[in-house]
Design a protein around this ligand. Structure first.
Ligand SMILES: Cc1cc2nc3c(=O)[nH]c(=O)nc-3n(C[C@H](O)[C@H](O)[C@H](O)COP(=O)(O)OP(=O)(O)OC[C@H]3O[C@@H](n4cnc5c(N)ncnc54)[C@H](O)[C@@H]3O)c2cc1C
Length: 371
């Protein structure tokens, strides 16, 4: 059956957009790689996080806020369609500060960012000292100086999100093809043809949502391939009784009770491994934050590569040289999933990406791309 869209990449970005397009009645094929491929969507921390997003690009802060507002309905709809609980909650979150200088710098950054545009005036946040934080983070250690609290922040189980997106897409007729790595995409008279070892797949429009795969696939279509890997490592404890502690980028307790400890940024090329040195640091910091974790058993760890653009903000762009080709690269695919499934999918469907989200074009990096 002829398809309207070909999406390359079946991570959380590609699947959220596939879901959004399929809900609008579009026929979509998704081509994805293998289980062993680089997949940020399967190694992330699961935060639906707003505070601090968009430093240097207030529009990105606006989209994060917008997506956080859309998340409750998005999660509810996905669960209703698929029966998959996303373990989503939005009780607020805290980004910790470990000394006075960090606390002061953070507050200055937030004051400047949230005064930038009228839309950001809706953003609520507050700096709380250690004593005040203990109401949200019982048992907080003396090593923590304080932290920024925002009621917009939340968390989910990112693997359940992905599973729900696959199931919802399947029920809407999306043709998801795993183990179909795309060697290249060619512009043709009638649209685009993707070449895979299993054969060619064609559609009038193509969306690259290939994570780090954009480096190779995007430039030939006049799109921006400026993404690089930035490794994170995550350490997980055994399941412990629920503490009621709000999530933070440094540590969060999941719905099943385990603590997920992370928030490191490492330039390690394409190495997805873990290192004892970093895991040791993570463990030490977790105990400094919550001393009662000193005796917690550690059950697993992993490394995963972030999909980073040069300025850390998303790239959403339509090709000027190959009309009908789009590129989506972003580091906040969980947070932005609700936005991707709704407004972003709509903008692509109506071919308004460049006019509505021109600020996010890769042209801002001044490379030979896009528009
Ligand atoms: C450690 C860590 C913690 C994070 N924490 C958070 C967080 O708390 N909250 C948040 O919002 N975000 C977080 N992120 C970021 C988030 O995970 C990413 O923004 C998101 O997963 C990006 O999704 P994606 O679909 O673009 O990329 P990916 O998940 O990498 O998916 C890209 C897909 O494209 C496929 N692909 C690539 N090339 C080809 C090809 N040639 N042919 C076919 N398929 C191809 C790949 O196989 C893959 O399946 C974190 C990331 C990391 C690494």
């Amino acid at each position: 059956m002829p398809r309207d869209f070909l999406i390359i990449g079946g991570g959380v970005v590609g699947m959220a957009v596939a879901y959004g397009l399929a809900r609008r009645g579009r026929r979509v094929t998704v081509l994805d790689e293998h289980d062993g491929s680089l997949r940020a969507s399967r190694g992330n921390a699961g935060l639906v996080w707003v505070q601090g997003k968009g430093l240097g690009m207030p529009r990105y802060a606006e989209l994060s806020l917008q997506s956080s507002e859309a998340w409750p309905a998005f999660a509810e709809e996905l669960t209703a369609r698929t029966g998959v609980e996303l373990e989503y909650e939005r009780r607020g979150g805290v980004d910790l500060c470990f000394d006075a200088a960090e606390a002061e710098a953070r507050q200055e950054e937030y004051c400047a960012l949230y005064a930038t545009t009228p839309a950001l005036a809706a953003m609520r946040w507050a700096y709380l000292d250690r004593e005040a934080l203990r109401e949200h983070l019982p048992g907080l250690g003396e090593a923590v100086h304080g932290g920024t609290f925002s009621p917009w922040d939340g968390q989910c189980n990112p693997l359940y999100l992905l599973r729900a997106l696959y199931a919802a897409c399947h029920s809407l007729g999306v043709d998801y093809r795993p183990a179909s790595p795309v060697d290249g995409v060619e512009a043709t008279a009638s649209g685009f043809t993707a070449h895979t070892p299993k054969g060619d797949v064609a559609a009038p429009r193509v969306i690259l949502a290939a994570g780090l795969g954009a480096r190779r696939l995007a430039p030939p279509l006049g799109l921006c391939g400026e993404v690089h890997p930035l490794r994170g490592q995550i350490l997980v404890t055994e399941r412990l009784p629920q503490s009621g502690r709000l999530p933070s980028p440094q540590i969060r307790q999941t719905a099943s009770g385990g603590y997920l400890i992370g928030d490191v940024l490492e330039n390690a090329g394409f190495d997805t491994g873990v290192t004892l040195e970093t895991l040791h640091q993570l463990g030490r910091r977790a105990v400094a934050v919550y001393p009662d974790l000193a005796k917690a058993r550690l059950v697993r760890s992993w490394g995963a590569l972030r999909v980073m653009t040069p300025d850390g903000s998303p790239v959403y762009e339509a090709s000027r040289t190959c009309p009908g080709a789009y590129n989506l690269s972003c580091h906040s695919g969980i947070t932005l999933a609700a936005f991707h499934a709704e407004e972003l999918a709509e903008a692509i469907d109506s071919d308004c990406l460049a006019s509505l989200y021109g600020d996010f074009s890769g042209a801002r990096f001044d490379v030979q791309a896009t528009g």
